[in-house]
Design a protein around this ligand. Structure first.
Ligand code: UDP
Ligand code: MG
Length: 323
C-alpha cells in the first residue's frame, strides 16, 4: 500500500495567491498518486490562520469542488508556526506522511517527488533546503542568511537555509506532539525529535501574488524566539561578559588606588562617567536578556492551547452534550 500524504498549507490573507497555487498543489498530489508513490486517500489540507479577507470562503469552495481538498480554520490569527502545527496535528492521525509548505508558490513543489522518494527509502524527516536565493532582494537575502548564522552562533541548532518546507512522517509527529512548548519554533524542534533525516535542495522563486508577512520586525522576533526557546547560550555569554567586566573593573580599582596613593589623582570626572555609563549599559542589556527568558517561562507555565480549530470543511466532530 502506498503511503497517505497530507500537504499542509498555512494561509493568512492569501485570497490573491490561493486561486493560482491551489490547483498546482492538487496537480502535484494527483501526479504523485498516478506514479503510484502515494495513495488516493492523500489530501491537500489548508489551514486558514484567522484571515481577514476571503481566504476561508475560497478554501471552502475548493473543498466543495474536489474531494482531495480539505480545510481547517483557526479561531483567530496565531502566526505561521502555530498554523503549521495545527495542520500537522490534525493530519497526523489520518495519514502516513505530511509535507508542510507555504501557499505563495515560492517553494518549488517539484521537490515533493524527491521528498517522497527519500521517505520511501527510509527517511522519516526530509528538509527542503534552498539552493539559491537569486530571486530574493539583496536585503531579504542578507537578513535571512544573517538569521541562520546568528541562530547557529547562539547555540540554536537549525538546518541551514531550511524554512518550513519539509516532509515529516506521522510517526515523528506523534513524538513531536510531546514537545508542549507554546513558544513554537518548528525549525529548531523537529531536529530535536531525531529519527533518520535527509535534505533535498530546491530553488526558491518569487511570491506569485500578494505580499510577504515577514517584514524585518517579525523576522527578528522569530530569531529571538528561536534562540531563547532552544538555547541558554546568551545567558552564559552575559555571565562571561560580566566576569570580564568585573575583572577590568577590579584592575581599574587597583589603578585608582595606586594613583591616589602616589598623589597623582586628578578630578577623574570623565573616567568615572565612562565607567558608570558602561557598566549600567551592560547591566541593562543583561537584565533584558534574562527578562526575555523569564517572560518565556511565564508564557510556558500558563500552558495555553497553541491552536484552536473553529471550523472544518468536513463534518465537525460531535459536540459534547450539555448535561
Ligand atoms: N502565514 C500564516 N500566518 C501568519 C503569517 C503568515 O499562516 O500570521 C502563512 C502565509 O500565508 C504563508 C506562510 O505563512 O503561506 C509564509 O508567509 P510569507 O510568504 O508571508 O513569508 P515569507 O515567505 O515572506 O517569509
Ligand atoms: Mg513567502
Amino acid at each position: 500500500m502506498p503511503p497517505v500524504l497530507y500537504i499542509v498549507i498555512p494561509c493568512y490573507n492569501e485570497q490573491e495567491v490561493l486561486p493560482i497555487t491551489a490547483p498546482q498543489f492538487l496537480q502535484k498530489l494527483l501526479s504523485l498518486r498516478d506514479l503510484g508513490k502515494i495513495s488516493d486517500e492523500s489530501r491537500v489540507l489548508f489551514v486558514n490562520d484567522g484571515s481577514r479577507d476571503g481566504t476561508w470562503e475560497l478554501i471552502r469552495k475548493l473543498a466543495a469542488s474536489d474531494a482531495h481538498y480539505l480545510g481547517i480554520s483557526q479561531s483567530r490569527n496565531r502566526g505561521h508556526q502555530n498554523a503549521v502545527l495545527a495542520g500537522l496535528m490534525e493530519a497526523k492521525d489520518r495519514c502516513d506522511i505530511t509535507i508542510s509548505i507555504d501557499c505563495d508558490g515560492q517553494d518549488d513543489i517539484d521537490a515533493m517527488d524527491r521528498m517522497v522518494d527519500a521517505y520511501l527509502e527510509g527517511c522519516e524527516v526530509v528538509y527542503g533546503v534552498r539552493a539559491s536565493r537569486r530571486t530574493d532582494s539583496f536585503f531579504k537575502r542578507f537578513t535571512a542568511q544573517g538569521f541562520y548564522k546568528f541562530l547557529a552562533a547562539m547555540g540554536a541548532e537549525v538546518v541551514y537555509n531550511h524554512a518550513d518546507y519539509r516532509l515529516i512522517s506521522a510517526r515523528v509527529l506523534r513524538e513531536l506532539q510531546n514537545y508542549r512548548e507554546v513558544n513554537l519554533f518548528l525549525r529548531g524542534l523537529v531536529p530535536l525529535v531525531g529519527f533518520k533525516s535527509t535534505t533535498v535542495s530546491y530553488d526558491r522563486a518569487e511570491r506569485l501574488a500578494g505580499k510577504s508577512h515577514y517584514p524585518l520586525g517579525k523576522m527578528l522576533a522569530l530569531a529571538m524566539n528561536g534562540i531563547t526557546s532552544l538555547s541558554v547560550k546568551p545567558l552564559r555569554l552575559i555571565m562571561g561578559f560580566g566576569l570580564l567586566v568585573a575583572l577590568v573593573s577590579f584592575l581599574g580599582v587597583v589603578w585608582a588606588i595606586v594613583t591616589a596613593l602616589t598623589g597623582q589623582s586628578v578630578d577623574g570626572w570623565a573616567s568615572m562617567t565612562c565607567i558608570v555609563c558602561f557598566v549600567s549599559g551592560v547591566q541593562l542589556i543583561s537584565l533584558g536578556i534574562i527578562g526575555e527568558y523569564v517572560g518565556k517561562t511565564y508564557l510556558e507555565v500558563k500552558q495555553r492551547p497553541r491552536y484552536i480549530i473553529s471550523e472544518r470543511t468536513w463534518e465537525a466532530p460531535t459536540k459534547p452534550r450539555n448535561s
